[in-house]
Structure formats: structure tokens, C-alpha cells
Ligand binder design. Structure first.
Ligand code: AMP
Length: 285
């Protein structure tokens, strides 16, 4: 049985005991509402002897008009999914356990947060980086696992860990998709059956973009135009951004060269959905 704990002290004690037993520590931070995508992170984390999952809807990464209050929460269902996927300890703290009332220290990455979601969600990555650093200090994992669906988040966390000399490895795990291609997300729960169908234009558009780049297209404008046309074809989705950036620096690349990330954010019904693909621009293509 995976134990559920709510205090930092309980986490530290459990992790110390696992370490004393010679186990390495894997850590999977989440906001709960677990799905099969989160389970792939846990399964990967099983390369460690002890796996800690955190479930915390972090208030500091939500903007004032975002979905903090309505974000899906279901600890009992999460517990059973986490257990199936091999978590040993679930850390599900209340906000007061994480943030002192007088909390006043923040972690801000300044280069990789400029574009993509960073440009549209002011303060979001400051909240993410701060809570991740706090959780890394509480759990002290050897390895932490992040989904490539939230690619910018993965890179920002990786950069802050490097820049602040934390002793852990940040590992990216491929996006887990539904059979029809839609990237799994807790926010898919906001989609009506109808909106769920409209959302399929997202993986379709990204797949088409990947194909033309693999066939040699090097103009980001041509690729983003193709994606936009596919996304708006049904008249149901509202595009927030379509960007193609260098996969390492997250800077715009014109013309396309090296490994690039093609990323989109789209409003679909009540949900804001993000998705991306990584594509290698081979010189000979
Ligand atoms: P969240 O609970 O949405 O904050 O996500 C927690 C972690 O799970 C993050 O590292 C996400 O990138 C990752 N994640 C979410 N959805 C997926 C997915 N479909 N495939 C792989 N990882 C995912």
C-alpha cells in the first residue's frame, strides 16, 4: 500500500528510511487528477528503489483568471492509480504546509520562460520553479521525472537545477496519448464529448507539421500557417500560440535547423490545451 502523508517531516522520515535501506529515490511531482500519462512517469521512476509522488495543486502557478479553484481533485482515485503504477509514498500537502504565510522567496528562470506559455502566463513558471525547488529540498530525490507534454516546464526545471547546483537528474518522459492521438491531460476532463472531437485537430495539425518538416520544409512561417489552417478549419478552436523553437534554448529558429519543438496552445470549449512535437531537421532532408 502506498502511504499518503501530508507533512514535510513525514516525507523526510520515509525518504531517510528508504535511503538507509540502500534505495535510490525517484520523484514525480503532479497536481493530481492522475491519468495514464502520469502513470508512465511513475513506471519510469521505478528504476529507483523508492518512488515518491506529490499531489499538490500549487496556487502560485495559477494566474488570477485561471482554473485553480475548478482544477479537478480526487485523492482516492489518485491513490489507487498511483499504487497500480508503483508509487511507494504519496505526498499530498495542504497549501499551508508548503507556503509559510510570510513566504517571500522565489525562483525565477529568465531565458527559457520568454516565449511559449511563459509569455502568456505571467508568473506561471516562477510558481512552478519555486514549488519544484521546494519539493526537491523536501524529498531530496536522485531523479525527478517530468512529461515532455509540458516541454517548457521540463526545460525550465532542468535549467534551474543546473543553475542552482541541485544534486539531481531531471528526466523527460515522452507524451502519452489516447489511441486517437489526443495528449492525455487532467484538463481533458473539462471537454464535452463534442469538444473532445474538436480537440483532435491538435495532434492532427502537429503530425502534419512534423511530416512537412521531415520532408524538408524549413520555413517556420509555412509550417505555422499549415498548423493554424488545420486548427481553425472547423471554426471551434481558438489558437493562443503556435511557435517553433530550438529544442535546447527555446529560442525561435529561422530557418528551421537542428532539433526543433513545434508547440501549440489552444482553447477548446472551456479548456486550454497544450501539445507539441519534437522534430529533427536533418541536413539532407
Ligand atoms: P500535471 O499534474 O498536469 O501538473 O502533470 C504532472 C506531470 O505529469 C508533469 O511532468 C507533466 O508533464 C506530466 N504529464 C502530464 N500529462 C502527460 C502525458 N500525457 N504524458 C506524459 N507526461 C504527462
Amino acid at each position: 500500500m502506498a502511504e499518503v502523508v501530508t507533512t514535510k517531516l513525514e516525507v523526510r522520515r520515509a525518504v531517510e528510511a528508504a535511503r538507509a535501506a540502500g534505495k535510490s529515490i525517484g520523484f514525480v511531482p503532479t497536481m493530481g487528477a492522475l491519468h495514464a500519462g502520469h502513470q508512465t512517469l511513475l513506471q519510469r521512476a521505478a528504476e529507483n528503489g523508492f518512488v515518491v509522488l506529490s499531489i499538490f495543486v500549487n496556487p502560485t502557478q495559477f494566474g488570477p483568471s485561471e482554473d485553480f479553484l475548478s482544477y479537478p481533485r480526487n485523492l482516492e482515485a489518485d491513490r489507487s492509480l498511483a499504487e497500480q503504477a508503483g508509487a511507494h509514498l504519496i505526498f499530498a500537502p495542504a497549501a499551508e504546509e508548503v507556503y509559510a504565510e510570510t513566504h517571500s522567496t522565489w525562483v525565477e528562470e529568465e531565458a527559457m520562460t520568454e516565449g511559449l506559455c511563459g509569455a502568456r502566463r505571467p508568473g506561471h513558471f516562477r510558481g512552478v520553479a519555486t514549488v519544484c525547488l521546494k519539493f526537491f529540498n523536501i524529498v531530496r530525490p536522485d531523479r525527478a521525472y517530468f512529461g515532455l507534454k509540458d516541454y517548457q516546464q521540463f526545460k525550465v526545471v532542468q535549467r534551474t537545477v543546473r543553475d542552482l547546483d541541485l544534486q539531481l537528474e531531471v528526466i523527460g518522459v515522452a507524451t502519452h496519448r489516447e489511441a486517437d492521438g489526443l495528449a492525455m491531460s487532467s484538463r481533458n476532463a473539462y471537454l464535452s464529448a463534442e469538444a473532445r472531437q474538436w480537440a483532435l485537430a491538435i495532434p492532427r495539425a502537429l503530425q502534419q507539421a512534423r511530416e512537412i518538416v521531415e520532408r524538408g520544409e524549413r520555413s517556420p512561417r509555412t509550417v505555422t500557417d499549415l498548423i493554424r489552417a488545420e486548427l481553425v478549419a472547423e471554426g471551434k478552436l481558438k489558437v493562443e500560440y503556435i511557435e517553433i523553437v530550438d529544442a535546447e534554448t527555446l529560442e525561435l529558429v529561422v530557418p528551421l535547423v537542428g532539433q526543433v519543438l513545434i508547440a501549440v496552445a489552444v482553447y477548446c470549449g472551456d479548456a486550454r490545451l497544450i501539445d507539441n512535437v519534437l522534430v529533427e531537421c536533418r541536413p539532407e532532408a
